[in-house]
Design a binder for this molecule. Structure first.
Ligand code: FEO
Length: 172
């Protein structure tokens, strides 16, 4: 069993991850309405990634003898100015999640909880990838600007994104 402080922080992270899923689903809805099915597909896969992250924390809390306590989730942003704005918001959100994970790791160090430090290592690596993924798309969107042909090519490319391994395992 971990300390109450760490237990609470892990529960908070369940909330942050599930809230992330909800935010990305809202972004997918905006992109679907904008007739960009590939962009929307990418965001729906991102939604699945966040659900998988939620379950990693859910299962870990249970493994350590803790109780998962779900918290309320507010309405996510529903209006955006452009696909670029969506991905800039996604990048900013991932940077916030990275700060949450780093704070959680810091707490695991303070509390001398070694299993949690090992558990959180996966998320520290994952956040590097998460920020890079969103950041790469922001950079590409800035490069292509309003060029409709380039936007359609990018839409086709983003439509190829594969679901996370965890999501396949859940469905199997
Ligand atoms: Fe679960 Fe995108 O961080």
């Amino acid at each position: 069993m971990f300390t109450e402080k760490l237990h609470q922080a892990m529960n908070d992270q369940v909330h942050h991850e599930f809230e992330s899923a909800y935010i990305y689903l809202s972004m997918a809805a905006y992109l679907d309405e904008a007739n960009l099915p590939g962009f929307a597909h990418w965001m729906k896969i991102q939604y699945q990634e966040e659900v998988a992250h939620t379950f990693k924390f859910y299962d870990y809390i249970n493994e350590r003898g803790g109780r998962v306590e779900l918290q309320p989730i507010g309405q996510p942003p529903i209006e955006f100015d452009s696909p670029l704005h969506v991905f800039q918001a996604a990048l900013a959100h991932e940077q916030k999640i990275t700060a949450d994970i780093n704070a959680l790791y810091e707490l695991a160090l303070e509390e001398k909880d070694y299993p949690s430090q090992i558990f959180l290592q996966w998320f520290i690596d994952e956040q590097v990838e998460e920020e890079q993924n969103a950041g790469d798309i922001v950079a590409t969107l800035k490069m292509v600007g309003d060029n409709p042909h380039a936007i359609l090519m990018l839409d086709r490319e983003l439509g190829q994104r594969q679901p996370p391994v965890e999501a396949n395992a859940e469905q199997a």
